[in-house]
Design a protein around this ligand. Structure first.
Ligand code: ADP
Ligand code: MG
Length: 316
Protein backbone atom coordinates (compact mmCIF):
# COMPACT_ATOMS: atom_id res chain seq x y z
CA UNK A 1 0.00 0.00 0.00
CA UNK A 2 1.38 3.42 -0.94
CA UNK A 3 0.97 6.54 1.15
CA UNK A 4 -2.50 8.07 1.27
CA UNK A 5 -2.85 11.77 0.46
CA UNK A 6 -3.29 12.69 4.12
CA UNK A 7 -0.41 10.49 5.32
CA UNK A 8 1.78 12.13 2.72
CA UNK A 9 0.88 15.66 3.82
CA UNK A 10 1.28 14.66 7.45
CA UNK A 11 4.62 12.98 7.02
CA UNK A 12 6.36 15.46 4.75
CA UNK A 13 4.68 18.84 5.04
CA UNK A 14 2.88 19.09 8.36
CA UNK A 15 4.68 21.34 10.79
CA UNK A 16 3.28 23.62 13.42
CA UNK A 17 3.67 27.17 12.24
CA UNK A 18 4.52 29.82 14.76
CA UNK A 19 4.75 33.00 12.75
CA UNK A 20 3.54 36.42 13.73
CA UNK A 21 -0.05 37.00 12.60
CA UNK A 22 -0.78 33.35 11.74
CA UNK A 23 -3.77 32.36 13.90
CA UNK A 24 -4.32 29.02 12.17
CA UNK A 25 -1.93 27.14 9.90
CA UNK A 26 -2.55 24.05 7.79
CA UNK A 27 -5.17 21.44 8.70
CA UNK A 28 -8.42 23.30 8.15
CA UNK A 29 -9.99 24.50 4.91
CA UNK A 30 -8.15 27.80 5.08
CA UNK A 31 -5.33 29.31 7.07
CA UNK A 32 -6.25 32.37 9.13
CA UNK A 33 -3.95 35.38 9.13
CA UNK A 34 -4.29 38.63 11.08
CA UNK A 35 -2.10 41.27 9.48
CA UNK A 36 -0.93 43.97 11.90
CA UNK A 37 -2.04 47.56 11.53
CA UNK A 38 0.42 49.58 9.51
CA UNK A 39 1.64 46.64 7.43
CA UNK A 40 0.72 45.71 3.89
CA UNK A 41 0.81 42.17 2.49
CA UNK A 42 2.86 41.40 -0.61
CA UNK A 43 1.57 38.27 -2.36
CA UNK A 44 3.17 36.40 -5.25
CA UNK A 45 2.60 33.04 -6.94
CA UNK A 46 4.82 31.02 -9.28
CA UNK A 47 4.51 27.65 -10.96
CA UNK A 48 7.43 25.43 -11.90
CA UNK A 49 6.63 22.74 -14.47
CA UNK A 50 8.86 19.76 -15.19
CA UNK A 51 10.67 20.01 -18.56
CA UNK A 52 9.78 23.72 -18.77
CA UNK A 53 11.35 25.20 -15.63
CA UNK A 54 13.49 22.31 -14.50
CA UNK A 55 14.97 19.14 -15.96
CA UNK A 56 13.16 15.85 -15.36
CA UNK A 57 15.05 13.84 -12.75
CA UNK A 58 16.61 16.90 -11.09
CA UNK A 59 17.72 16.43 -7.48
CA UNK A 60 14.49 16.83 -5.43
CA UNK A 61 16.25 18.61 -2.57
CA UNK A 62 17.56 21.40 -4.79
CA UNK A 63 14.18 21.55 -6.54
CA UNK A 64 12.37 22.08 -3.21
CA UNK A 65 14.92 24.74 -2.30
CA UNK A 66 14.79 26.56 -5.63
CA UNK A 67 11.00 26.48 -5.90
CA UNK A 68 10.73 28.50 -2.70
CA UNK A 69 13.81 30.62 -3.45
CA UNK A 70 12.26 32.07 -6.62
CA UNK A 71 9.13 33.15 -4.75
CA UNK A 72 11.16 34.67 -1.92
CA UNK A 73 13.12 36.55 -4.57
CA UNK A 74 9.86 38.19 -5.72
CA UNK A 75 9.19 39.27 -2.14
CA UNK A 76 12.78 40.56 -1.87
CA UNK A 77 12.36 42.70 -4.97
CA UNK A 78 9.41 44.49 -3.33
CA UNK A 79 11.25 45.00 -0.05
CA UNK A 80 8.91 42.60 1.75
CA UNK A 81 9.73 40.52 4.80
CA UNK A 82 8.72 36.90 4.06
CA UNK A 83 6.13 35.43 6.45
CA UNK A 84 3.96 32.65 5.01
CA UNK A 85 3.88 30.31 2.07
CA UNK A 86 1.40 27.87 0.51
CA UNK A 87 2.45 24.92 -1.63
CA UNK A 88 0.35 23.24 -4.34
CA UNK A 89 2.16 20.10 -5.33
CA UNK A 90 1.22 17.90 -8.27
CA UNK A 91 3.21 14.67 -8.37
CA UNK A 92 2.94 11.58 -10.60
CA UNK A 93 3.20 9.22 -7.61
CA UNK A 94 3.96 9.22 -3.89
CA UNK A 95 7.68 8.46 -4.23
CA UNK A 96 8.89 8.69 -0.63
CA UNK A 97 12.50 9.20 -1.53
CA UNK A 98 11.57 12.15 -3.75
CA UNK A 99 9.18 13.59 -1.15
CA UNK A 100 11.84 13.31 1.55
CA UNK A 101 14.39 15.20 -0.56
CA UNK A 102 11.93 17.80 -1.82
CA UNK A 103 10.54 18.60 1.63
CA UNK A 104 14.06 18.79 3.11
CA UNK A 105 15.14 21.35 0.52
CA UNK A 106 11.89 23.26 0.91
CA UNK A 107 12.11 23.50 4.70
CA UNK A 108 15.83 24.25 4.60
CA UNK A 109 15.22 27.55 2.88
CA UNK A 110 11.89 28.13 4.68
CA UNK A 111 13.77 27.99 7.99
CA UNK A 112 16.62 30.10 6.69
CA UNK A 113 14.21 32.94 5.88
CA UNK A 114 11.75 32.24 8.69
CA UNK A 115 8.71 31.51 6.48
CA UNK A 116 5.94 29.22 7.66
CA UNK A 117 4.09 26.75 5.42
CA UNK A 118 0.44 27.55 6.19
CA UNK A 119 -1.37 25.33 3.68
CA UNK A 120 -1.43 23.86 0.23
CA UNK A 121 -2.89 21.23 -2.00
CA UNK A 122 -1.63 17.82 -3.07
CA UNK A 123 -2.75 16.21 -6.32
CA UNK A 124 -1.65 13.49 -8.72
CA UNK A 125 -0.51 14.43 -12.23
CA UNK A 126 2.56 15.51 -14.20
CA UNK A 127 5.12 17.04 -11.80
CA UNK A 128 4.46 20.70 -11.12
CA UNK A 129 4.98 22.94 -8.13
CA UNK A 130 3.04 26.10 -7.36
CA UNK A 131 4.13 28.29 -4.50
CA UNK A 132 2.40 31.34 -3.18
CA UNK A 133 4.45 33.49 -0.85
CA UNK A 134 3.19 36.22 1.47
CA UNK A 135 5.33 38.95 2.93
CA UNK A 136 4.78 42.14 4.87
CA UNK A 137 5.89 45.70 4.17
CA UNK A 138 5.33 48.85 6.23
CA UNK A 139 2.53 50.78 4.56
CA UNK A 140 3.63 52.71 1.48
CA UNK A 141 7.22 51.41 1.48
CA UNK A 142 7.00 48.72 -1.22
CA UNK A 143 9.72 48.94 -3.87
CA UNK A 144 7.88 49.23 -7.18
CA UNK A 145 9.15 48.93 -10.74
CA UNK A 146 7.62 52.29 -11.55
CA UNK A 147 9.65 54.62 -9.31
CA UNK A 148 12.85 55.22 -11.30
CA UNK A 149 13.56 58.88 -12.15
CA UNK A 150 15.92 60.50 -14.64
CA UNK A 151 19.37 60.82 -13.03
CA UNK A 152 18.98 57.79 -10.72
CA UNK A 153 21.89 55.35 -10.61
CA UNK A 154 21.35 51.68 -11.46
CA UNK A 155 22.78 48.96 -9.23
CA UNK A 156 22.87 45.17 -9.24
CA UNK A 157 23.61 42.79 -6.37
CA UNK A 158 25.91 39.80 -6.72
CA UNK A 159 27.43 38.40 -9.90
CA UNK A 160 25.47 38.18 -13.12
CA UNK A 161 25.32 35.24 -15.50
CA UNK A 162 26.35 32.41 -13.17
CA UNK A 163 22.99 30.68 -13.41
CA UNK A 164 23.07 31.07 -17.18
CA UNK A 165 26.51 29.50 -17.36
CA UNK A 166 25.35 26.59 -15.21
CA UNK A 167 22.37 26.03 -17.48
CA UNK A 168 24.68 26.14 -20.48
CA UNK A 169 26.89 23.52 -18.90
CA UNK A 170 23.93 21.20 -18.35
CA UNK A 171 22.87 21.68 -21.97
CA UNK A 172 26.22 21.18 -23.69
CA UNK A 173 28.83 20.09 -21.16
CA UNK A 174 30.87 23.29 -21.25
CA UNK A 175 33.79 23.00 -18.89
CA UNK A 176 33.72 26.54 -17.47
CA UNK A 177 31.42 25.65 -14.63
CA UNK A 178 32.59 25.17 -11.04
CA UNK A 179 30.64 24.08 -7.98
CA UNK A 180 29.76 27.63 -6.83
CA UNK A 181 28.39 28.45 -10.28
CA UNK A 182 26.20 25.35 -10.32
CA UNK A 183 24.90 26.23 -6.87
CA UNK A 184 23.77 29.68 -8.06
CA UNK A 185 21.56 27.85 -10.57
CA UNK A 186 20.33 24.99 -8.41
CA UNK A 187 19.98 26.70 -5.04
CA UNK A 188 19.88 30.48 -5.59
CA UNK A 189 19.96 32.83 -2.59
CA UNK A 190 17.13 35.34 -2.73
CA UNK A 191 18.39 38.79 -1.63
CA UNK A 192 15.74 39.18 1.05
CA UNK A 193 17.73 41.25 3.57
CA UNK A 194 18.99 43.54 0.83
CA UNK A 195 15.44 44.14 -0.41
CA UNK A 196 14.22 45.01 3.07
CA UNK A 197 17.15 47.37 3.67
CA UNK A 198 16.50 49.12 0.36
CA UNK A 199 13.09 50.38 1.54
CA UNK A 200 13.10 54.19 1.50
CA UNK A 201 16.41 54.17 -0.41
CA UNK A 202 15.80 52.52 -3.80
CA UNK A 203 13.41 54.32 -6.13
CA UNK A 204 12.63 51.14 -8.10
CA UNK A 205 13.59 47.49 -7.82
CA UNK A 206 13.15 44.17 -9.64
CA UNK A 207 14.64 40.71 -9.27
CA UNK A 208 16.59 39.28 -12.18
CA UNK A 209 14.75 36.19 -13.33
CA UNK A 210 14.59 36.69 -17.11
CA UNK A 211 18.00 38.31 -17.58
CA UNK A 212 19.36 41.71 -16.54
CA UNK A 213 18.48 43.49 -19.80
CA UNK A 214 14.94 42.11 -19.89
CA UNK A 215 14.28 42.87 -16.24
CA UNK A 216 15.84 46.34 -16.30
CA UNK A 217 13.62 47.01 -19.32
CA UNK A 218 10.59 46.26 -17.12
CA UNK A 219 11.72 49.02 -14.75
CA UNK A 220 12.23 51.40 -17.68
CA UNK A 221 8.81 50.67 -19.14
CA UNK A 222 7.01 50.99 -15.81
CA UNK A 223 8.94 54.19 -14.99
CA UNK A 224 8.56 55.61 -18.53
CA UNK A 225 12.30 56.18 -18.65
CA UNK A 226 15.45 55.07 -20.48
CA UNK A 227 18.93 54.11 -19.32
CA UNK A 228 22.57 53.77 -20.28
CA UNK A 229 24.53 50.85 -18.86
CA UNK A 230 28.20 49.97 -19.26
CA UNK A 231 29.00 46.27 -19.76
CA UNK A 232 32.46 46.68 -18.22
CA UNK A 233 30.76 47.57 -14.90
CA UNK A 234 28.65 44.41 -14.77
CA UNK A 235 30.06 42.18 -12.03
CA UNK A 236 31.00 38.77 -13.47
CA UNK A 237 32.66 35.70 -12.04
CA UNK A 238 35.96 34.66 -13.63
CA UNK A 239 34.20 31.66 -15.21
CA UNK A 240 31.53 33.80 -16.84
CA UNK A 241 34.08 36.38 -18.02
CA UNK A 242 36.19 33.64 -19.57
CA UNK A 243 33.18 31.98 -21.19
CA UNK A 244 32.09 35.29 -22.75
CA UNK A 245 35.59 35.92 -24.11
CA UNK A 246 36.13 32.47 -25.54
CA UNK A 247 32.70 32.21 -27.13
CA UNK A 248 32.66 35.86 -28.26
CA UNK A 249 29.40 36.65 -26.49
CA UNK A 250 29.76 39.95 -24.59
CA UNK A 251 26.03 39.91 -23.92
CA UNK A 252 25.83 36.41 -22.48
CA UNK A 253 25.59 37.35 -18.80
CA UNK A 254 23.16 40.23 -19.24
CA UNK A 255 20.72 38.12 -21.23
CA UNK A 256 20.98 34.94 -19.16
CA UNK A 257 18.18 34.36 -16.68
CA UNK A 258 17.70 32.73 -13.29
CA UNK A 259 20.23 34.83 -11.33
CA UNK A 260 17.71 36.06 -8.72
CA UNK A 261 19.88 39.06 -7.96
CA UNK A 262 18.28 42.47 -7.44
CA UNK A 263 18.48 45.34 -9.91
CA UNK A 264 17.52 48.67 -8.35
CA UNK A 265 17.73 52.40 -8.91
CA UNK A 266 18.92 55.02 -6.44
CA UNK A 267 18.42 58.81 -6.46
CA UNK A 268 21.77 60.68 -6.64
CA UNK A 269 21.34 62.10 -3.12
CA UNK A 270 21.23 58.60 -1.60
CA UNK A 271 24.23 57.10 -3.38
CA UNK A 272 26.62 57.52 -0.41
CA UNK A 273 24.16 55.83 1.88
CA UNK A 274 23.67 52.98 -0.59
CA UNK A 275 27.42 52.49 -0.99
CA UNK A 276 27.78 52.23 2.81
CA UNK A 277 24.90 49.75 2.96
CA UNK A 278 26.29 47.60 0.13
CA UNK A 279 29.60 47.31 1.99
CA UNK A 280 27.80 45.49 4.81
CA UNK A 281 26.53 42.74 2.47
CA UNK A 282 28.35 39.46 1.99
CA UNK A 283 27.93 39.72 -1.80
CA UNK A 284 28.96 42.45 -4.18
CA UNK A 285 26.82 45.34 -5.31
CA UNK A 286 27.81 47.43 -8.31
CA UNK A 287 26.66 50.59 -10.05
CA UNK A 288 26.16 49.68 -13.72
CA UNK A 289 24.59 52.77 -15.23
CA UNK A 290 22.14 55.62 -15.03
CA UNK A 291 18.50 56.35 -15.79
CA UNK A 292 17.91 58.91 -18.56
CA UNK A 293 14.94 60.33 -20.43
CA UNK A 294 15.59 58.48 -23.72
CA UNK A 295 12.98 55.75 -23.10
CA UNK A 296 15.53 53.33 -24.60
CA UNK A 297 18.11 51.06 -23.06
CA UNK A 298 21.57 51.95 -24.40
CA UNK A 299 24.37 49.45 -23.83
CA UNK A 300 28.01 50.53 -23.88
CA UNK A 301 31.05 48.29 -24.05
CA UNK A 302 34.08 50.27 -22.89
CA UNK A 303 32.27 53.43 -23.88
CA UNK A 304 31.24 52.21 -27.36
CA UNK A 305 27.60 51.57 -28.07
CA UNK A 306 26.73 47.94 -28.88
CA UNK A 307 23.52 46.15 -29.77
CA UNK A 308 22.52 43.10 -27.78
CA UNK A 309 19.25 41.38 -28.42
CA UNK A 310 17.70 40.01 -25.31
CA UNK A 311 16.10 36.65 -26.04
CA UNK A 312 14.35 36.12 -22.73
CA UNK A 313 12.13 33.06 -22.54
CA UNK A 314 8.44 33.64 -23.16
CA UNK A 315 5.89 30.90 -22.62
CA UNK A 316 3.47 32.17 -25.29
P1 ADP B 1 -9.28 20.73 1.00
O1 ADP B 1 -10.01 19.46 0.69
O2 ADP B 1 -10.03 21.68 1.86
O3 ADP B 1 -8.65 21.34 -0.21
P2 ADP B 1 -6.99 19.21 1.55
O4 ADP B 1 -7.50 17.88 1.91
O5 ADP B 1 -6.52 19.44 0.17
O6 ADP B 1 -8.07 20.28 1.94
O7 ADP B 1 -5.79 19.60 2.53
C1 ADP B 1 -5.93 19.39 3.92
C2 ADP B 1 -5.06 20.40 4.64
O8 ADP B 1 -3.71 20.17 4.31
C3 ADP B 1 -5.34 21.85 4.26
O9 ADP B 1 -5.18 22.64 5.41
C4 ADP B 1 -4.28 22.16 3.24
O10 ADP B 1 -3.96 23.54 3.27
C5 ADP B 1 -3.13 21.30 3.71
N1 ADP B 1 -2.25 20.83 2.61
C6 ADP B 1 -2.56 20.00 1.60
N2 ADP B 1 -1.50 19.77 0.82
C7 ADP B 1 -0.49 20.49 1.32
C8 ADP B 1 0.87 20.68 0.98
N3 ADP B 1 1.44 20.10 -0.08
N4 ADP B 1 1.61 21.50 1.75
C9 ADP B 1 1.06 22.12 2.80
N5 ADP B 1 -0.18 21.97 3.20
C10 ADP B 1 -0.97 21.16 2.49
MG1 MG C 1 -7.20 20.40 -1.46
Amino acid sequence: MGLSEFDLIDRYFSRSVVRKGCELGMGDDCAILSPEIGLQMAVTVDTLVEDVHFFAGVNPRSLGYKALAVSLSDLASMGAEPRYVTLALTIPDADECWLQGFSEGFFEIADQYNVGLIGGDTTRGPLSITIQAHGVIPEGQALLRSGAEVGDFIYVTGLIGNAGLALQSYLDDTKYCDHATLRRFNMPSPRVEAGMQLRNLASACIDISDGLLADLSHILKASEAGAVIELAQIPLSDSVRQFQLITGQPGFAVTAGDDYELCFTVPPGLVDEIERLCNTWSYSCACIGKIDSSKKLTILQDGQRIEITSNSYQHF
